[in-house]
Ligand binder design. Structure first.
Ligand code: PLP
Ligand code: ZN
Length: 435
């Protein structure tokens, strides 16, 4: 199937039995800006206004008890939420990495340290197959690629996505060719390469990589390619909704008060909000207010800067931070993040690299969770939000760890290591002052 950059307009609506279409309950793509609807094809921009397209649904409203029971009887991965995702009903039969259903850790030690009294949880997505939240979004994009008959899986990546695409393609029998900036962490590069697909390092920033991928899509070379975060972006984004569903279900089908979420492009944050809204609409949880907080690294904080300045638009920045997985200078979903933070009464904050490292160590020391730099950003921002009075410590909060510390060892290796190096004798142990 040819890859188009913009959509042809749709006059059709959903099929008669949505569960039997390749996209389950998904009815159409819909423009976030003007609402124009399009058929479910590999397109991402509105023909009328160039706004981003997202998946619109005929959701199974009216029987929350039945839906809850059906979900609870499902597999311990994101496919338990298949009735709310753009995937076929038989998705569990396909070759896929089956990510999700990661731990929601009650973080009492961290709570005590930060002065949180209302309950604190870490949603730990380092437990996914390639050790970041990106397996969720890739799983949905992969099913879309399969349905569209695409044969090469691709992406522009800040690191984690390249690994997730490589692994998913390997398992599903797709060719993969992924693109990363040349200056990523060794752990990310090795993980992106080990699955045997093609890995291309681009001499430039992530934003350069992204621009290059858009060009490839328009070129005949891109025929048959599914760029999970470009032409498959509407489907990809839906994978992040599963974080909202899991948190609600793991809390006993209810919503927390605050969510602290990292921002790279902003897709994850906006889709978590979409998922929370759906849960309310479906009657799966009681309607209650919640606040969404966005977290960025100071060295690449265009959304935080716009939030603080009261702007509706996000001015692109150059990036310089150890939190490379979040280093997107021109975040596609930035304006929507601003809307959500303001609508829910949340905020967008940033922390510097030193605070990121301190927060990685704080989380490790208090909860035994080793986060990558993105997790250091969220925990650091949570700390700052409490200290500056922006987040109520008496409210219940969920903070996200979206990746594994083993992929960003460089962040902590200069300041961690053996307490002592000694000869293997009791005397030496005593001499080192450790007895
Ligand atoms: C990609 C990524 C994110 C968030 O990405 P968005 O583009 O904002 O959806 C967060 N954490 C990690 C570790 C990531 O790799
Ligand atoms: Zn539009």
């Amino acid at each position: 199937m040819a890859v188009q950059t913009v959509a042809g307009k749709s006059t059709s609506t959903s099929a008669e039995n949505p569960q039997e279409t390749p996209f389950g309950p998904a009815a159409a793509l819909s423009c976030r800006e003007c609402g124009t609807r399009y058929p479910l094809t590999p397109v991402f921009a509105c023909l009328e206004c160039f706004g981003p397209l997202e998946v619109a649904y005929d959701l199974p409203v009216g029987d929350p008890e039945g839906l809850r029971a059906r979900i609870e009887a499902g597999p311990a991965n994101i496919w338990r939420y298949a009735p709310l995702l753009p995937v076929p009903a038989d998705v569990t039969q396909k070759q896929n990495l089956n990510p999700g259903w990661t731990k929601l850790v009650k973080a009492d030690n961290l709570a005590r340290e930060l002065g949180v009294t209302g309950g604190l949880y870490v949603k730990d997505d380092s437990g996914n197959p390639t050790h970041s939240f990106k397996d969720r979004v890739v799983a949905i994009a992969l099913e879309a690629a399969r349905t569209f008959g695409l044969t090469t899986l691709s992406c522009s990546s800040t690191g984690n996505l390249a690994g997730a695409v490589g692994a998913a393609a390997a398992r599903a029998g797709f060719r993969s060719c992924v693109f990363i900036p040349h200056d990523l962490e060794e752990g990310k590069v090795v993980m992106a390469a080990v699955y045997g697909g093609e890995l291309v390092a681009i001499e430039g920033s992530y934003d350069d990589v992204n621009r290059f991928c858009s060009e490839l899509i328009g070129d005949p070379i891109g025929e048959g390619w599914g760029f999970v975060n470009v032409n498959l972006r509407p489907y990809y984004g839906e994978g992040s909704k599963t974080l909202a569903y899991e948190i609600a279900e793991q809390l006993g089908w209810r919503l927390p008060d605050n969510l602290v979420i990292p921002i790279a492009s902003g897709s994850q944050l906006t889709k978590i909000d979409k998922g929370l809204q759906e849960l309310i609409k479906l009657g799966l949880v009681e309607d209650k207010p919640y606040k969404i907080f966005g977290a960025q690294a100071e060295g690449c904080s265009p959304v935080s800067a716009a939030f603080k300045a009261g702007h509706d638009v996000v001015r692109p920045v150059k990036r310089d931070t150890i939190a490379k997985s979040l280093a997107i200078g021109n975040p596609a979903d930035g304006p929507y993040v601003l809307d959500i933070a303001r609508r829910t009464g949340g905020a967008v904050e940033d922390v510097n690299d030193e605070q990121v490292v301190d927060a990685i160590k704080l989380l490790a020391r208090t909860e035994g969770i080793f986060a990558e730099t993105a997790g250091g950003v969220t925990v650091g921002v949570l700390k700052k939000l409490i200290e500056t009075g922006q987040l109520d410590p008496a409210a219940e909060t969920v903070v996200f760890n979206t990746g594994d510390g083993l992929k960003t060892l460089d962040a902590v290796s200069p300041t961690t290591g053996p307490t002592a190096t000694i000869r293997p004798t009791v005397a030496a142990f005593r001499e080192a002052g450790l007895a």
